[in-house]
Write a protein that binds this ligand. Structure first.
Ligand SMILES: [Zn+2]
Length: 188
């Protein structure tokens, strides 16, 4: 994942809440996010060892009682690929936005092109991370972090977790890099 280090920095320092992390070194958030993602990948709920296929991610979610709802809205920014609700035990996938992303993929990034199943799996794994984030052991420094830094660290870690869980050959920030150019958002 180290080859994508600059993409991770780009995501952290480009996050809308970054200006509230006064004086916090970007490297500190990156290190924390890597630590959280690593801990989560070593303790995947259900005990499976990565890589998991998108289908396996979906099966584990179903076993844990989560529902998946596909929706599709495309117009306007910010565009959101997925979001989740612990209350509803549900992950929402915005298929229209994912399809739009794939349709414009070659012009925005280099390397292998993802397919809809892989991108959908990344979005599901990302939301799954948020859903069990409260149960992930946190390093000591977590306690002294302010909310904006926590949010950015969690979002960064969710992307690293998703990419690590599926072991995709492209950047963990793939969706953000494409959207950033258009002024939109990625996963919630
Ligand atoms: Zn997220």
């Amino acid at each position: 994942m180290d080859s994508f280090d600059s993409d991770i920095s780009f995501f952290i320092s480009g996050h809308p809440l970054w200006f509230l992390c006064h004086g916090m070194p970007e490297a500190g958030i990156k290190r924390l996010a890597r630590c959280l993602a690593k801990t989560a990948l070593e303790n995947v709920p259900g005990g499976q060892i990565p890589p998991l296929s998108p289908g396996e991610v979906e099966q584990i979610l179903a076993r844990h009682g989560y529902y998946i709802t596909e929706t599709s809205f495309r117009n306007g920014t910010p565009r959101i690929f997925a979001w989740s609700s612990e209350e509803e035990k549900r992950i929402y996938i915005n298929r229209g936005a994912l399809e739009d992303f794939l349709a414009s993929f070659p012009e925005e990034t280099s390397g292998p092109s993802p397919d809809i199943g892989t991108i959908r799996g990344l979005a599901l794994a990302h939301e799954w991370f948020h859903l069990f984030f409260h149960a992930i052991p946190k390093p000591d420094e977590w306690g002294s972090l302010k909310r904006p830094a926590r949010i950015i660290a969690e979002e960064t870690a969710a992307r690293l977790y998703a990419a690590g869980l599926l072991q995709v050959p492209f950047s963990p920030m793939v969706l953000d890099l494409a959207l950033r150019k258009r002024g939109g958002l990625g996963n919630e």
